[in-house]
Design a protein around this ligand. Structure first.
Ligand code: NAD
Length: 355
């Protein structure tokens, strides 16, 4: 019997439209070959939603996403909306979206493809075999803490975590570590921040339930340094919202381009699958954006939300094969390229490798 999945789609702004279209193409091909139907419903968010409705996150979008099996998301934001009042800005819509859906766990894998080993600014012997999973807490910490505000002469934000918030993200990270190499590094700033000391104490408490997982702790500044000095020492990195935001962008450059890194934001509700990058206004409309991060996010969707790990592997293999064949987008075009392709040509090549 044919399986059917309802996928909510938010393309957003800038390159969001271009890259999501490629992921949809790939899902449709997988569906056609393996007797699975994906029903896509599109919703507005970000700058485009503000332009059309006056709200960067219309209620209809939240309602539609909640009803779906999973959400495929592009990116939002752009200069056009940068001077709007804070609550009308695309980024505020995105934070509200994550909070409303309670997607507290952001999984950001950073895997170095052998084919792109020279695309990294680091030496091949340092990055070969890197396979890191950053588990970032997504709806707490300084991006959400109160009080926050700005006057003429002062700006302030508050980094807050409750024990419950740390506990639930720690469980996600320990469970993932168990399925991988059983190594978990918790990253904080406990030498300076009280909130980080609570983070560390709580993670140590939770670790008693996962005695088979080797737990280490690292300060965030040291982690930023270790990630480029010796990235292979890491398997699962567990960290808070702002530290995870920064460290995962850093980890993306181990891999060669931010256009390669997917993510899953999961919690108690519908999960969101999106590339880790933004709307890249500097290249929007030029058809040069790398769609691989978004296509790999669709693969994560199959793996984590739809329980279709085989289909996910088929997409992952198609991406690898396309890179192996020497096809590149411009961001990774300087490295062993047989041909540099546009966004949609790259999507087509990956589709043709879905077997
Ligand atoms: P960005 O990630 O959009 O771009 C950073 C750099 O990476 C740019 O040079 C861009 O061209 C390049 N890049 C990004 N994705 C790429 C891809 N797929 N292929 C090739 N190159 C790619 O970050 P930014 O410039 O700091 O932010 C631009 C806008 O995106 C801002 O409005 C920001 O708030 C927003 N943003 C949105 C999200 C999101 O929607 N989740 C995340 C980050 C930033």
């Amino acid at each position: 019997m044919k399986k059917t999945y309802n996928i909510s789609v938010i393309k957003g702004d800038g390159i969001g439209v271009e890259i999501v279209n490629e992921a949809i193409k790939v899902l449709e091909k997988v569906g056609k070959l393996y007797n699975v139907e994906f029903l896509f419903s599109e919703f507005l968010m970000g700058g485009i939603a503000y332009d059309k409705t006056g709200d960067p996150l219309p209620q209809a979008t939240i309602d539609g996403v909640v009803k779906s099996d999973a959400c495929l998301f592009g990116a939002i934001g752009g200069e056009k909306w940068d001077n709007l009042p804070r609550d009308k800005r695309p980024e505020s819509g995105l934070l509200r979206f994550r909070k409303e859906l309670e997607v507290f766990a952001n999984l950001r894998p950073a895997v170095v493809y052998d084919e792109l080993i020279d695309a990294s600014s680091l030496k091949p012997q340092v990055i070969k075999g890197v396979d890191i999973m950053v588990v970032r807490e997504l709806i707490g910490g300084i991006y959400f803490g109160e009080p926050k505000g700005k006057s003429e002469t002062k700006g302030w934000n508050t980094m807050v975590y409750t024990k419950d918030e740390i506990t639930r993200i720690a469980h996600v990270a320990f469970k993932l570590a168990r399925k991988r190499t059983k190594k978990l590094c918790s990253v904080d700033k406990a030498n300076v921040l009280d909130v980080s000391q609570l983070w560390r104490d709580t993670v140590i408490d939770i670790s008693k339930e996962y005695k088979d997982v080797e737990l280490t702790h690292m300060y965030v500044d040291n982690c930023a340094m270790q990630l480029v000095a010796n990235p292979r020492q890491f398997d699962v990195i567990l960290t808070g919202n702002i530290f995870g935001d920064i460290l995962s962008d850093e980890a993306s450059m181990l891999c060669g381009s931010i256009g390669l890194l997917p993510s899953a934001s999961t919690g108690t509700n519908t999960a969101i699958y999106e590339p880790i990058h933004g709307s890249a206004p500097d290249i929007a409309g030029l058809s040069i954006a790398n769609p691989i991060a978004t296509i790999a996010s669709a693969s994560m969707m199959l793996r984590y939300s739809l329980d279709e790990p085989q289909l996910a592997s088929i997409i992952d293999d198609a991406i690898k094969q396309t890179l192996k064949d020497g096809y590149r987008t411009k961001d990774i075009g300087a490295y062993d390229a047989k041909e540099v392709l546009s966004t949609s040509q790259m999507g087509d090549k990956i589709v043709s490798n879905i077997k």
